[in-house]
Design a protein around this ligand. Structure first.
Ligand code: MN
Length: 356
């Protein structure tokens, strides 16, 4: 098992690669979507929570990440003595009508295929994604973690209708900000699953050929609906449905232990056992939480409902040899709140992996 660190786009710097290396990580997971563009940014490097208009403005719909750009990120990671394991998340600007089944779907599915081919050409083995209409919305931030450390959580359902011009908790049409909000009609769960099946059937052959595994994140936060829109994987058993839809070896999981533990059904250790046995895990998000959606809170990695060391031992027993990253961590009171939180989580995971 390998230790990695996820970095947001603005954090893909030589300093942060050195930080990861110093903390004992060997791999990087890179976000290329700028979640903070034009949005209300809460603090340096902290994970986004946003407003009712989401995190911020999606990227340029006309410019897909180029192979050179992807190779450049890989090179800069390798220059620091690390490996680039995955790109995490597509930009909603490039594929929102795949999620919404909108008029630009044909173009957007081609965008996805083009990006996957380029990720493969750049020698990056995994593309993480979250097949979600409303995205990571509805989370709150507060002094939820030990010692009053700022962390993310949920304080109840969030079903304020999603306005036209938004997808995946970002603004994909900035002109919508100047118009009266018209809600996006709610899809059904069946419609969402049929959109997802169609996506897999079209994209997985391309991914296989490109040598890229597509790794699906479960819903964060996991609720049956967010903003009146259905969610795909909001109980652990729904991950199995996603796997069973398409047997391609490129059909993999971005296995988020935190999100899975927030779900109201299932025993997290059985869930880890079930999915790690199937050799479907691309990489692991490993963080801790307390309570269940829609009232859970993120905690320090040693301090929540999940015995993270037990999770590591199950992963090891089932032969998981991929990368584990801390996902999110509470912010610590010091000059570098994000880095301190991550260093704590990385050190804990490092010790856990060593003790196996
Ligand atoms: Mn996650």
């Amino acid at each position: 098992m390998k230790l990695g660190l996820g970095l947001y786009r603005h954090m893909l710097t030589p300093e942060n690669f050195a930080f990861a290396k110093q903390a004992g990580a060997t791999h990087i997971v890179a976000h290329l979507v700028d979640y903070f563009r034009g949005g209300s940014h809460v603090g340096p490097d902290d994970q986004p929570t946003g407003t009712d208009w989401g995190w911020g403005l999606a990227g340029d719909p006309g410019s897909l990440w180029t192979a050179d750009e992807l190779k450049g990120v890989r090179r800069s990671v390798e220059d620091a003595g690390l490996k680039l394991e995955a790109i995490e998340n597509f930009d909603p600007a490039h594929w929102h009508d795949v999620l919404l089944d909108g008029p630009m779907r044909t173009l957007h599915i081609e965008n996805v295929k083009t990006i996957i081919r380029r990720v493969g050409e750049a020698g990056i083995p995994i593309m993480g994604y979250n097949f979600s209409i409303a995205g990571v919305a509805g989370r709150t931030k507060g002094p939820y973690a030990r010692g009053g450390a700022p962390a993310v959580g949920m304080e109840g359902p969030y079903d304020l209708p999603m306005p036209q011009g938004m997808a995946w908790n970002m603004v994909v049409d900035p002109s919508a900000l100047r118009r009266p909000a018209t809600p996006v009609p709610s899809a059904t769960h069946e419609e969402l699953w049929s959109r997802f099946r169609r996506f897999l059937d079209e994209v997985l052959p391309v991914a296989e050929k490109a040598g890229v595994r597509m790794a699906l994140h479960p819903d964060d936060p996991p609720a049956p609906t967010i903003r009146g829109q259905p969610r795909l994987v909001y109980q652990p058993r729904m991950y199995q449905q996603a796997i069973d839809l398409n047997p391609s070896p490129a059909n993999a999981l971005e296995f988020c232990v935190g999100s899975l533990a927030e779900m109201t059904e299932g025993d997290i250790y059985e869930v880890v056992d079930t999915y790690s046995r199937q050799n479907r895990i691309g990489y692991v998000h490993l963080r801790n939480i307390r309570d269940k959606a829609p009232h859970y809170k993120e905690t320090f990695i040693d301090d929540g409902d999940v015995d993270v060391l037990r999770v590591l031992s199950i992963l090891r027993r089932n032969g998981f040899d991929g990368v584990v990253i801390p996902d999110h961590a509470p912010q610590m009171s010091c000059a570098a709140p994000w880095h301190a939180g991550m260093a704590f989580a990385l050190g804990y995971l490092k010790a856990g992996i060593q003790s196996l």
